[in-house]
Design a binder for this molecule. Structure first.
Ligand code: ADA
Length: 564
């Protein structure tokens, strides 16, 4: 299942999930498409990662994944990959048809003609580090290999189809309006058609539209009568149906799910539907020992139910765009989401990787374009803990914020900084966010250190803007207890660290939100293993199997009481 709702009634879709044949090289790390059948074959369930096989637990390299599908009728098609980890080149019947970098954003390939009958679809996949990727580097989480999110075949009635629709709600004098943008891709010759949009009982039609070859954008405004606003307490969703018509015939459609809500920043507060909100939640990685980053839907739901039980209202998708089914669940369950692009902890030299700019640009574009309609996403984040203390780094932060604002003016922006010594980018985002580990990496007192951070960063450009504590926490090895609660890595010490933090943060008037680092323990790269016992980042409040640690009840209690 690629989404939690049906996206098409007219366009035919076929899931390509299921067993795929993965060919691995016998020795070394290289395998070539075309000669792959000489390799060793394993069947892997898609979505899935090869690390789910014990024999491939530590395999970093390449594979060729192959499946077959049958087309009943010839015609235009679209292949949609929701996530290939991390770089994939796609072949249809032996011919290269596309390539994509970055595990955490979807991509699609459209073809104006594909014959009826059986076809072979193959993806040459790599999860290697080095030249190939500026974003997937050995990191404090694991870069898995595989087809980690769903794959879908779409059979188009014509070579013209609705590529995406963006819905932007506005609240004007107490009544809801919306700006709607429809992007139509025409793979054939210039033509004409009409677009019909319906949502929440309202309808609009754009008639006699020119649909030139390539991509064309069409805009309209709509007004609404009685609708229920989307809030964490009332996460009301509406179906937005868009049809492409030729005369009386509907030749293509796209259904999205939207919510009526606005997000704004006013002084130090974040406003949802003009009311201040306080974000209280976790940083969450997509990670599980059995599934890697290819978390099944049921597991995503379980994570969110646990977060509900912990009285959270928010989640940060650290450190990359998440599976859209997770975002669908957040929309339904009323979570407020900070979604961010894929970049963690780059020093300047890493930001100067020859592919960094282009890969970040693509990631931002795909993230905003594909996740635009989720009402749960309240803000876009970029470049967690990158080089915001240098002029060169600043230029990249500025450029990426500009790129995002050009695509979406309806959401505020932020980035999580740890450059306490000399961050020079605090003027760039709408919201300033800081990662601090006052009583973990250091032994400071939270109350005192927080005042110092606020004073310093207010002077450096944070004054007058919302301030989010985007990370804080400490590590605990599951089952390790220290009766006198002093030992680092004990569950007791972790519980005390969070207790001290939460007692201070939830009382402090300057904060607009807090995100604990982190929800669950996650696997890290081998390169991090010497500072990460068990080769895991152990700062989860639940372990990697989601079993609660001592800190669980502490957090539940504080979040239950909320802001003091
Ligand atoms: C950083 C970083 C996280 C994680 C954390 C930690 O703040 O953003 O990804 O590495 O530190 O556990 O130290």
């Amino acid at each position: 299942m690629t989404r939690l709702f049906k996206q098409h009634q007219v366009r035919k879709t076929l899931s390509l999930d299921g067993y795929w044949d993965f060919y691995f090289p016998e020795e070394g790390t290289a395998i070539e498409y075309g000669k792959h059948e000489a390799g060793k074959v394993e069947r892997i369930l898609v979505p899935g990662v090869w690390e789910s096989l014990n024999a491939r637990k530590n395999y970093r390299g390449q594979a060729v994944a192959v499946t077959k599908f049958v087309l009943d009728e010839s015609g235009a098609i679209r292949l949609v990959f929701k996530g290939v980890s991390h770089t994939g080149t796609v072949y249809l019947d032996g011919e290269e048809i596309g390539t994509h970098h970055n595990a955490f954003t979807p991509f699609s390939i459209h073809l104006s003609e594909c014959s009826a009958g059986e076809h072979e679809l193959a993806v040459h996949i790599s999860n290697e580090h080095g030249e190939i990727s500026a974003l997937h580097i050995p990191n404090d989480y694991y870069n898995y290999g595989g087809i980690s999110r769903p794959v879908e075949l779409q059979c188009l009635q014509e070579a013209t189809f609705i590529e995406h629709v963006h819905f932007t709600p506005r609240l004007e004098a107490g009544s809801w309006q919306a700006d709607i943008k429809v992007a139509v891709r025409n793979m054939g010759a210039d033509s004409k058609g009409s677009i019909e949009v319906s949502v929440a009982g309202a309808q609009a039609v754009l008639r006699d539209l020119e649909l030139p070859a390539g991509l064309s954008n069409h805009e309209l405004q709509m007004s609404f009568g009685e609708v229920t606003s989307w809030t964490p307490e009332t996460p009301q969703l509406y179906s937005l149906s868009t049809k492409l018509n030729r005369g009386d015939e509907t030749v293509d459609d796209l259904i999205e799910r939207v919510g009526f809500r606005t997000v704004a920043v006013e002084g130090e507060r974040i406003l949802l539907n003009n009311e201040p909100v306080f974000l209280m939640g976790f940083n969450r990685h997509e990670d599980h020992p059995d599934y890697g980053c290819a978390i099944p839907l049921e597991m995503m739901e379980k994570d969110l139910q646990l977060m509900k039980e912990l009285n959270c209202n928010a989640v940060r998708t650290s450190h990359y765009p998440n599976d859209e089914r997770f975002l669908d669940l957040c929309d339904e369950l009323g979570f407020m989401v900070w979604e961010e692009n894929h970049a963690r902890g780059f020093v300047l030299e890493e930001m100067q990787h020859p592919k960094f700019r282009e890969q970040c640009y693509a990631c931002n574009e795909e993230m905003v374009r594909e996740h635009y309609n989720h009402p749960s996403i309240l803000m876009w984040g970029i470049l967690n803990e990158c080089s915001s203390e240098t002029e060169e780094g600043r230029a990249m932060y500025a450029e990426q914020f500009e790129q995002i604002k050009a695509m979406d003016q309806s959401r505020p922006t932020t980035y999580a900084s740890c450059r306490h010594g000399g961050d020079i980018c605090q003027d760039l985002p709408d919201i300033c966010s800081w990662n601090t580990y006052y009583n973990w990496y250091g032994n400071g007192r939270v109350a005192e250190r927080l005042e110092q951070t606020i004073k310093k960063q207010d002077a450096a450009g944070m004054a007058g803007k919302p301030f989010i504590m985007s990370e804080f926490g400490g590590g605990a090895l599951p089952g390790f207890h220290d009766p006198i609660r002093r030992a680092k890595w004990s569950e007791d010490r972790q519980a005390d660290i969070l207790d001290e933090y939460l007692s201070v943060l939830l009382k402090h008037p300057r904060l607009a939100g807090i995100f604990i680092w982190q929800f669950c323990d996650v696997r890290v790269d081998e390169a991090w293993s010497m500072k990460r016992p068990r080769t895991m980042n152990n700062k989860g409040v639940v372990d990697e199997y989601r079993n609660p640690k001592l800190a669980y009840d502490v957090v539940k209690d504080y979040f239950g009481k909320g802001r003091q």
